[in-house]
Design a protein around this ligand. Structure first.
Ligand SMILES: NC(=O)c1ccc[n+]([C@@H]2O[C@H](COP(=O)([O-])OP(=O)(O)OC[C@H]3O[C@@H](n4cnc5c(N)ncnc54)[C@H](O)[C@@H]3O)[C@@H](O)[C@H]2O)c1
Length: 363
């Protein structure tokens, strides 16, 4: 069993990684002073079918459990589902002595976390991630729902009491969802740890079809990097912004295509290629962006921005992103692997650069 502590402001909480993580539930909650009288278990219908019963039974050893399953997929991060959860919580008599448990991927974690942050001005919650991507989303306390005008536009910084990551849940994860999570693993390596990136690049099968040991390493290393950054800057006033590497364009692609049309990781992968290309062009960084693109192609990531989206349309979404400041778009670039920097662009300039990048893509 691995344990990583996340310090966020005055709080700190453990992320437990291992096949026995959930066995420690009672102890970890009691140690943290959380003894819920009721639990609302929030999941999605796919995860419900696979693991709902088993996890509900586990939680029932602590206190009575009500369960709410949203429809699987990004569309669940909506006002409607958020409202439905709050209604259900009120109907079931949850109060400030209750706790929310999020069982699922980043969608469930973001949605359930936001419900926990706002229900009766905030009740405790825990994360039980079931996707590789959730090694990222379950840690750090960003919770949100989407708005048709932009991703994660309505949300709160709200830390869980603990995260219980049992990698056995990943055994049922479809290949494209594994790849989606791999994009965030690669992101963590690119912004913080050149030797971790080399390790990932050394063996294609470790990335395309990882065994249990390789997965455990990726989850642990990724969480350590994320926890280290969050501990320095919980509310994203500084270094936490580096975690957005690849996300400015990635979020724009997701929003412009329509939520759920592309996985988060595939969109972020395209965004990381653009940010790497920009880093070479603007900072003279030597990132071997061409080799990176070949590697991404071998992994199965789409390496071009979807043709049906115009650069102007993408630019409009980038401008409405939360990372926009004073009409400029902030992009996370890399001076070298492990050394991120923020570069601000006027929209017209960035749109021209995006256009140039896309022309080079098809040569
Ligand atoms: N809060 C953060 O810091 C943060 C960071 C990164 C991403 N995110 C958010 O995370 C979301 C993406 O998360 P995701 O990729 O986990 O998506 P997801 O939650 O939609 O899960 C992907 C799919 O896999 C299914 N699934 C989940 N676990 C499974 C399992 N064990 N076996 C089989 N199927 C399973 C789900 O039902 C879903 O269809 C996005 O909304 C993104 O914005 C948040």
């Amino acid at each position: 069993m691995e344990s990583v502590m996340v310090a966020a402001g005055e709080l700190s909480y453990p992320v437990l990684i291992g096949n026995q993580a959930l066995e420690l539930l009672d102890k970890v909650l009691a140690d943290g002073g959380t003894v819920p009288e009721k639990i609302l278990l929030i999941t999605d219908d796919t995860v419900h079918r696979l693991y709902g019963k088993q996890v509900k039974e586990r939680l029932e050893k602590i206190s009575p459990v009500a369960m709410f399953a949203v429809q699987s997929g990004e569309e669940a991060k909506s006002f409607e589902q958020y409202y439905a959860i709050l209604t259900y919580a009120l109907e079931k008599g949850l109060d400030r002595k209750s706790m929310i448990a999020a069982l699922g991927g980043g969608v469930v974690g973001d949605l359930a976390g936001f419900a926990a942050a706002t229900f009766m001005r905030g009740i405790p919650f825990i994360q039980i991630p079931t996707t590789l991507l959730a090694h990222d989303s379950a840690v750090g306390g960003k919770t949100a729902i989407n708005h048709p005008k932009g991703k994660n536009m309505i949300g709160a910084f709200y830390q869980p009491k603990a995260v219980f990551f049992d990698p056995q849940f990943l055994e049922s994860l479809p290949a494209e969802e594994m790849r989606s999570g791999m994009a965030e693993v690669i992101k963590h390596a690119m912004i913080a740890d050149a030797s971790f990136l080399s390790w990932l690049q050394k063996d294609l099968s470790a990335v395309v079809n990882p065994n249990a040991d390789q997965l455990a390493t990726m989850i642990k290393e990724g969480i350590k990097i994320k926890a280290g950054i969050v501990s320095q800057d919980e509310k994203e006033t500084g270094v936490r912004a580096y975690l957005n590497f690849g996300h400015t364009l990635g979020h724009a692609i997701e929003a412009a295509l329509g939520y759920g049309r592309i996985t988060h990781g595939d969109a972020v992968a395209a965004g990381m290629l653009f940010a790497s290309w920009l880093s070479e062009k603007e900072l003279n960084a030597d990132l071997s962006a061409g080799e990176l693109k070949d590697w991404f192609k071998e992994i199965g990531f789409p390496v071009a921005v979807p043709e049906e989206l115009s650069s102007e349309e993408l630019m409009n979404f980038m401008l409405s992103d939360k990372k926009t400041a004073s009409g400029k778009v902030n992009m996370v670039l890399l001076k070298e692997i492990g050394t991120p920097v923020i570069h601000s662009y006027l929209p017209e300039r960035l749109q021209d650069l995006l256009e140039e990048f896309r022309k080079e893509e098809i040569v």
